[in-house]
Write a protein that binds this ligand. Structure first.
Ligand code: FAD
Ligand code: SF4
Length: 327
């Protein structure tokens, strides 16, 4: 690891000021991703500002839904009684990620900002536009089995790894951030993570020094009919090959509303709008689930080693819709 200055912020203003002064400083949440990146020299901050003493750890009901403190641990979020009862999709997605030990350390804000698991990104001997802009992409003609089938560019074909964010996308969450002078802004989750286009080094729309303070989830009617299905190579410590988060609102057997997001297929949680449109107003039967899955995956552009994700995506979508309907 490269030597760095370390401080523990007493308040958000001090934390934000430290980063504003230093372009090479970084916040520390649980450290479960940042420290790995530092050990591999993928990122070399000269200063680390620990957020552990700040508030922003509460999970609380609001008039419009629920607010998740950015520094609440993933475990506490997944096991919170209101999350389990009213937002079970989120609970299922978090518990499908990482391992119990990592979830005990990982924070909600850090989870959103975890970086891709593309192996070339972690190997500093290889070209990678995300790590070193302009150096090329080793994955596009390399071993790209884990990579994207939607939304990729010729600059980067990596996928975004968070399970939690896939559920947050299906739940139309938004991210509250604080900048200098305590100014705040709220970013819809769909605008928070970015597709790679020409700048894959930019994973999200956060500016340097902006602190995530909370994640807001609006009320919904999906609690009875939601599912998160994750297909992976191993049962633990494995990122999604494909995952699907589904929330259905039913009127008898008819689908009144369908929110669907996919993980493991794009540079951000992939909102499956074509599948959603194919389902609204239709009966919840297998034939309609198949048509919806087909409508979404028809638009996929596979790479040389990941054509299997098309069939896998279809089947996972169908399974998740069936599981959500059964409740
Ligand atoms: C072996 C292993 C397996 C894993 N498997 C999975 C998996 O299957 N699914 C999955 O979803 N995840 C998985 N993870 C990733 C894990 O979920 C993330 O590492 C974790 O959520 C990151 O949270 P953290 O608080 O530790 O972030 P940190 O490592 O502390 O920070 C990550 C980034 O966020 C920034 N940051 C942190 N908090 C804030 C804030 N409040 N405001 C602004 N910036 C902030 C940091 O500066 C850093 O850039 C795995 C990790 C490991 C090590
Ligand atoms: S896919 Fe993206 S992260 Fe992976 S090597 Fe290419 S540019 Fe880097």
């Amino acid at each position: 690891m490269t030597p760095f200055k370390f401080s523990i912020a007493d308040n958000p203003t001090a934390a934000i000021a430290a980063l504003t002064k230093n372009d090479h400083a970084a916040f520390l949440g649980g450290g479960t991703n940042l420290l790995d990146l530092m050990k591999e020299h993928v990122t070399n901050p000269t200063e680390i500002v620990d957020l552990g003493k700040l508030a922003f750890k509460e999970i609380k009901n609001t008039s419009s839904g629920i607010s998740l403190g950015a520094l609440a641990k993933n475990t506490d979020t997944a096991n919170h009684p209101t999350i389990r009862k009213d937002y079970p999709l989120l609970s299922k997605a978090i518990l499908a990620g990482a391992s119990a030990q990592i979830r005990n350390m990982a924070t909600n804000g850090g989870n959103l900002l975890q970086r891709t698991r593309c192996s070339y990104f972690y190997d500093i001997a290889m070209p990678c536009n995300k790590r070193q802009p302009g150096s090329g992409c080793a994955a596009i003609d390399g071993f790209n089995r884990m990579h994207a089938v939607f939304g990729w560019s010729d600059k980067c074909v990596a996928v975004y790894p968070s399970d939690m964010a896939v559920a947050l996308s299906a739940l139309n969450a938004s991210v509250k951030v604080m900048a200098q002078n305590s100014t705040e802004r709220t970013i819809a989750i769909h605008d928070f993570h970015l597709l790679p286009n020409d700048h894959p080094e930019k994973d999200n729309s956060l500016k340097h020094g902006e602190l995530i303070t909370s994640i807001e989830i609006p009320k919904n009617n999906f609690a009875e009919h939601s599912a998160y299905i994750k297909v992976r190579d191993r049962n633990s410590y494995a990122f999604a090959l494909v995952s699907v988060a589904v929330g259905l609102e039913m009127n008898g057997n008819v689908i009144k509303a369908a929110n669907i997001s996919m993980g493991g297929v794009a540079h951000k949680p992939w909102r499956a709008t074509n599948a959603e449109q194919a389902l609204v107003g239709k009966a919840a039967v297998l034939a309609n689930f198949e048509k919806a899955a087909e409508a979404e995956m028809r638009l996929a552009r596979p790479l040389s080693h990941n054509k299997f994700k098309i069939e896998m995506g279809k089947n996972t979508l169908i399974n998740a819709l069936e599981a959500a309907y059964k409740g």
